[in-house]
Write a protein of this length. Structure first.
Length: 633
């Protein structure tokens, strides 16, 4: 494939102001865009806002504004936020843009003329929050599973997209393209959706109850369902159908989304594209949620984290670094301000900041403020060069895998090695001996050159810090510093004038806000002590959940097929806290040597481990990827 790269965020719904979840997704997209530019890819990066539908009309009514005025106001908040977070999007799309309206109508007409849109009657339970109909069996105790509110019962005549026609094709496509949806757990979740018969998708709303939407091209009494409108933004933004950008970038398209919108992107979108005669995107990349102090972000709880507050308080580069370092892409992560400050002081102030400060100070003092000649490398210099080369390759591999935290861990391996290199080489001792001038120059040259490598490696994550390091190294703006340049040792010009500056990352102090004390919850009493020999009888293993489904006639049991080195079935009472699709692909901890037992007629050969939280049960899992069947000890 040509070196083209197209990255998109979801277009954010304008029923609320931006928060840390929006910031994370968009910064990940920016990190990927910056990285691919540094790799020499022709890159296009799109974000924007989704502005039609019931929820926007309702929010506008509550704000005593027209839907357009309300959408303009909130969309402007998103547009203004991204430059503040150093986001370098090439395009900002709004679903109210004229060219997008035209593209949606073009796609609708094309699919309608192909016979894949028909008029019919539908009745069922409608959730305004989800903007979709639910079947009765999908409700939980009569309520929407996401909003826990009772949906309205509606009977309407509407237009439907023959999504069911493409079910077998989509199953085959996902299986034939195993990296289409990634990480793998979300590929498995999409396939779990498709094990049930796929219903046709209602894609219109009558104007008698909703006028805030794009009018259907073949019936002016109806507007388009918000998802059939919003998803099409990804091709509007690159000039579908005739633009050069579409031909260039669509084959290289990658979407970034949070896991809550997997179904529209993993099911609706590829079938819509197929019906319109367009290939699916190359990758659908799915990440987890940011929780706050172990709780899900909620306006009701008052724990919504505002990106600009953190950026203004602690600095933009530190904020970007924390988001990418502390979330394993695909898994949920917990934000805490205290952990954020610890990262700043440990990784950024102590490790990176101290390295830059010490190196530039010594080079100014011992080398006349200029980059000295390298001279013949010693053995320890060759080891450092080899490590730098390995780290560059490792960072590139981790970017391919979306393992951003691992990429940063690899960079910090080099940073920590440089700090050890200073201690072991003792430049301050060499400086006292005129006979060691050549060796002193070699040590300082290797430190300064390695800082150049580090500055390029951190550029996608912390562009400001990268630029400040390069400026201190005397690297001019016109000098190309990219991944090709750091594959070759020696890119830092001898004689460059060094320009030491203040602390790259000053240490910060965390002051916890005083809160009213709440009585400490008592832990359950400990059980009687046992011998180590008794504990050794318990066989704890890592299991991968291969399949999951609700046990019929039970409101709490889920039946799972697991891989523990062999396939077996277990049953667990976790249905009130987990949907079956959320479990597929997870690595869990299981006791495998319990005697089999039957629950609701299903034999269970094992027991998973879980614990209680304020939000319900949580299944024990792992922060690294273990092998199925591995012992837990």
């Amino acid at each position: 494939m040509e070196k083209n790269f197209y990255i998109t965020t979801p277009i954010y719904y304008v029923n609320a102001s931006p928060h840390i979840g929006h910031a994370y997704t968009t910064i990940v997209a920016d990190v990927l865009a910056r990285y691919h530019r540094l790799r020499g890819y022709r890159t296009y990066f799109c974000t924007g806002t989704d502005e039609h539908g019931d929820k926007i009309a309702e929010a506008a009514r509550k704000a005593n504004m027209s839907p357009k005025a309300y959408a303009d106001q909130v969309s402007a908040q998103f547009r203004a936020l991204w430059p503040e977070l150093a986001v370098t999007n090439d395009y900002f799309i709004r679903t109210t843009d004229d060219d997008h309206v035209e593209t949606v109508r073009r796609i609708l007409q094309k699919v309608y003329e192909a016979g894949d849109i028909y008029f019919g009657e539908y009745e069922g339970y409608y959730c305004v929050g989800c903007e979709r109909f639910y079947m009765e069996k999908e409700l939980q105790e009569g309520k929407c599973p996401d909003h826990q509110s009772e949906p309205e019962y509606r009977k309407e005549s509407n237009y439907f997209f023959r999504m069911s026609k493409y079910q077998d094709w989509l199953i085959g496509y996902i299986k034939d393209h195993p990296d289409f949806i990634r990480p793998e757990r979300y590929r498995n979740e999409a396939l779990a959706f498709l094990r049930e018969p796929l219903e046709d998708l209602c894609i219109s709303r009558p104007k008698t109850r909703l006028i805030w939407g794009i009018t259907l091209p073949f019936d002016d009494q109806y507007v388009t369902y918000v998802w059939f409108d919003a998803l099409i933004n990804y091709i509007t933004a690159i000039g579908y159908p005739d633009g050069e950008k579409f031909r260039t970038f669509w084959p290289a398209a990658q979407h970034l989304i949070a896991k809550d919108i997997l179904k529209p992107h993993g099911i609706y979108w590829p079938t819509m594209l197929k019906a319109a005669g367009i290939e699916p995107c190359r990758h659908l990349n799915v990440h987890g949620y940011w929780n706050v102090d172990q709780s899900k972000m909620s306006k009701t709880l008052g724990n919504v984290v505002k990106p600009l507050m953190l950026k203004d308080k602690y600095g933009l580069d530190a904020f970007r670094y924390f988001l990418l370092r502390d979330m394993v892409f695909g898994l949920d992560s917990s934000f805490s301000e205290e952990a954020f400050v610890q990262r700043i002081n440990s990784d950024l102030a102590n490790d990176l900041g101290n390295l830059v400060s010490r190196t530039l100070t010594m080079a100014s003092k011992f080398c006349g403020g200029r980059v000295p000649p390298a001279g013949p490398p010693a053995d320890e210099d060759r080891i450092l060069r080899d490590l730098a080369s390995r780290v560059v390759a490792e960072v590139e591999k981790n970017f391919e895998d979306l393992a951003f935290h691992k990429a940063l861990i690899a960079v910090w391996e080099l940073i920590n090695a440089l700090n050890r290199y200073i201690v072991e080489s003792e430049p301050w001792v060499l400086a006292k001996n005129p006979d060691q001038k050549g060796r002193l120059n070699g040590v300082m040259h290797h430190l300064l050159e390695a800082l150049r490598v580090v500055s390029v490696l951190i550029a996608p994550f912390m562009p400001g810090a990268s630029e400040r390091i390069m400026a201190q190294l005397g690297i001019e703006d016109g000098t190309v510093q990219d991944f090709d340049s750091i594959r070759r040792w020696g890119g830092l010009a001898e004689g460059n004038e060094l320009k030491p500056a203040g602390a790259l990352f000053p240490r910060v102090e965390y002051r916890k806000e005083e809160k009213a004390e709440t009585p400490k919850e008592q832990a359950p009493p400990f059980k009687a002590e046992i011998d180590y020999a008794d504990f050794e009888k318990v066989d704890l293993r890592v299991a991968t959940v291969l399949e999951a489904e609700a046990v019929p006639k039970s409101n709490k049991l889920i039946k799972m097929k697991i891989d523990v080195g062999e396939e077996r079935t277990i049953v667990a009472g976790i249905a009130k806290d987990y949907k079956p699709g959320e479990l597929i692909g997870r690595k869990i901890a299981v006791v495998v040597n319990l005697k089999p037992t039957k629950l609701m007629g299903v034999e269970s050969r094992g027991m998973l481990l879980a614990t209680d939280t304020a939000e319900g049960l949580t299944v024990l899992s792992f922060d690294r990827e273990p092998k199925p069947g591995a012992n837990i000890r």
